[in-house]
Design a protein around this ligand. Structure first.
Ligand code: FMN
Length: 407
């Protein structure tokens, strides 16, 4: 999935919804939600985000209140055949519980076997989600991701196989609206998933053909909710806490999966919980904002250092080419190289964090020259000083209006 999806028509205006008057639905205690036998403390989840939702980002979102944060989609083929990258997607701090993975693949048996291997060899794992929503060509052309929406019986069979393989763990499925405008069959596919034994479906109500264009059709979330007895988790254009709450109220969905709205703004979860309690969400101070970014950089370096490295299970197939260190290319890097690789990979997050802020434009211009943790800190000190003052060199930057995806 391309990060470019974040640049497509995704209006961020209204992201900083702050007023309790804007809270939709009854205020009061935060409502828990069931996921199979698990009880999650709230209805706000971090959505799976390929290339984004690694353990550092999941940790930050969970600290802000997300009750569960799925891994990005993991190739079931990679799990079965020991692909190089695959294991790194399963890395996480031991206290990331519940820990939920997402798998994709086009062969029901391989999907099931991949999920079983993850659960048995790299557990504890608490829940498994099957990706039937990925729109990218290299996934769909094999019949995986959103291509599974084309035929309900294929979807049902895949779900049943995975349910059998990982029982008693709860299995959920991530859907899109359908393949294209002529085939908006999410409610029908949701029924097939229910038949197969899924305990919930997550729906991003855009068709595969739409990719990330146009508006998400929340009406289809409501229609899917009516079509099945299992839980329905809504997503699509949840760019602010207010919009996520509105989606829940308008559709009757059981939970909101926040995706692009959390990128650069993990505080969205804190705001959601405040709104649900009927409280005024607290402003994100400059100090807090800087601390979040610096912590993210630090965690990204730890991730690259292999802090929670998983060791290939005994007897698991070896990646090709074989690496002594278990297939993680970055473990062969020196400490300096690790730091540089971490900062390079984190650059997209840095751009998201700084979007819509005065000083953001100047920061963006400098971004290609940020290589080390010290570089990032220096850039923050220069454009966003800790005392909250606005440095002369960015004083003329336009005041941030409503955020847009182009920021
Ligand atoms: C960069 C990116 C990566 C994504 N990766 C995944 C993924 O691995 N698995 C998945 O089910 N959905 C993935 N999605 C879809 C999101 O989980 C979500 O359903 C979608 O972005 C709609 O929500 P939003 O409009 O609030 O962003 C991805 C989306 C983006 C933008």
């Amino acid at each position: 999935m391309s990060i470019g999806a974040l640049q497509q028509d995704s209006p961020f205006e209204g992201r900083f919804a702050r007023s309790p008057a804007q809270a939709t639905g009854a205020a009061g205690a935060v409502r828990p939600v069931k996921l199979g036998n698990l009880t999650l403390p709230n209805r706000y989840f971090l959505a799976p985000l390929a290339g984004v939702s690694d353990w550092p980002f999941r940790l930050l979102c969970r600290e802000m209140g997300a009750s569960i944060a799925h891994t990005e989609m993991i190739s079931s083929h990679g799990l079965v055949h020991g692909g190089d990258q695959t294991l790194s997607y399963l890395e996480r701090p031991p206290d990331e519980r519940p820990f939920a993975i997402q798998v994709f693949g086009h062969v029901a048996e391989v999907l099931a076997e991949g999920a079983r291997i993850a659960v048995e060899k790299y557990g504890p794992i608490d829940a498994v989600d099957i990706n039937m929503g990925c729109p990218v060509k290299k996934v769909c052309c094999h019949g995986a991701g959103a291509a599974m929406l084309k035929e309900p019986s294929i979807a049902e069979r895949a779900v049943r196989k995975v349910v059998d393989a990982v029982a008693p763990l709860p299995v959920t499925v991530k859907l899109r609206a359908g393949w294209d405008e002529e085939h908006r069959n999410a409610p029908e596919i949701a029924k097939a998933c229910e038949q197969g034994g899924a305990v919930a479906v997550g729906l991003h109500p855009r068709t595969r053909a739409q990719m990330y264009r146009g508006r998400a059709d929340w009406g289809l979330i409501a229609a899917t909710k009516k079509a099945v007895k299992i839980a329905v988790w809504g997503s699509g254009d949840l760019f602010s806490a207010h919009e996520a709450r509105r989606m829940l109220a308008e559709t009757g969905a059981d939970a909101a999966r926040i995706a692009r709205g959390a990128c650069g703004y993990p505080w969205i979860f804190r705001e959601l919980l405040a709104l649900e309690r009927g409280e005024e969400p607290t402003e994100v101070t400059v100090q807090e904002w800087r601390a979040m970014i610096l912590r993210h950089v630090d965690l990204a370096v730890q991730e690259k250092q292999g802090r929670f490295r998983l060791v290939r299970a005994e007897g698991a197939p070896r990646p090709r080419p074989y690496r002594e260190n278990g297939g993680h290319a970055h473990f062969e890097l020196s400490a300096d190289e690790v730091e540089r690789a971490a900062v390079r990979e984190l650059r997209k997050h840095l751009l998201w964090y700084t979007r819509g802020r005065r000083g953001g434009l100047a920061f963006r211009r400098l971004a290609p020259d940020l290589h080390t943790v010290a570089d990032v800190r220096r850039a923050l000190d220069r454009f966003f000083p800790e005392d909250g003052s606005v440095p002369a060199e960015v004083r003329d930057e336009p005041l941030p209006g409503p955020l847009t995806a182009d920021d």
